[in-house]
Design a protein around this ligand. Structure first.
Ligand code: DC
Length: 223
């Protein structure tokens, strides 16, 4: 068995940026589970399926296969065989992913894939329920958070860099709505695992967070 690291936390806490860099430094396989839910959300949007309709979403799940591949160490998500990486990183798909992720059929479909991926060696997986549900026996669990205003600011900056001008208050409202939805759902809600270490990144830069996590990994591995 390899070493498993679980990183959970709310939207925009910097999980994927940080997780990707740590995985590179430690030569771990990085598994971004949010991307899998995003692929499901994208399918619903492309096929005009109402994400508020659980029955319709569950039925559509029968026609969906999500698989993961790696190209130069970068995770690629395939939706029914097509690489959809370029289409899942936007606010709309994020929201659709959050909505469909509340349904049991959707979660069950991805759970097995996620657990299989964790068996592939040293793996760092990020998401919402990794420490609590997908990998309850992970060797190290991190719960990464930041204040909502800081998360909104970071997201705003990120979008500005892409040339997209947005209203920061709107972004903050979206973040709060998404957190609430992810935390209040019945199945595998976003929650800090009892044995997870919480890191609030509001006053930390990326490098500092990476160093903290790498120290924690080394501490655990030395045991
Ligand atoms: O991390 P992200 O923004 O890519 O995730 C998109 C949505 O997918 C998130 O709002 C909730 C859902 N998700 C989940 O329910 N469980 C996970 N392990 C990862 C993501």
């Amino acid at each position: 068995m390899g070493f498993n690291i679980a990183i959970d936390g709310p939207a925009g806490a910097g999980k994927s940026t940080i997780a990707k860099k740590i995985a590179q430094r430690l030569s771990f396989i990085y598994v971004d589970t949010g991307a899998m839910y995003r692929a499901m959300g994208l399918y619903m949007w492309r096929n005009k399926i109402d994400v508020e309709d659980e029955q319709a979403v569950s039925k559509a799940c029968q026609n969906i296969t999500v698989t993961i591949e790696y190209q130069d160490g970068e995770q690629q998500v395939l939706l029914n065989g097509d690489n959809v990486n370029d289409y899942i990183r936007n606010e709309l798909v994020g929201e659709l992913a959050s909505k469909v992720s509340a349904y049991s059929v959707v979660r069950e479909k991805l759970l097995e894939l996620q657990r299989d991926m964790a068996k592939k060696g040293d793996v760092l997986m990020d998401g919402r329920d990794i420490g609590t549900c997908v990998l309850p026996n992970a060797d190290l669990k991190i719960y990464l958070t930041a204040d909502t205003s800081v998360r909104a600011q970071r997201r705003h900056l990120e979008l500005m860099k892409k040339g997209i001008d947005t209203d920061i208050k709107e972004i903050e409202a979206d973040i709060i709505a998404r957190d609430l939805r992810d935390m209040k759902r019945k199945i595998a809600p976003l929650k800090k695992a009892d044995d997870a270490i919480e890191i609030n990144t509001s006053k930390l830069d990326i490098k500092e967070v990476i160093e903290i996590v790498i120290d924690l990994v080394e501490e655990k591995r030395a045991k």
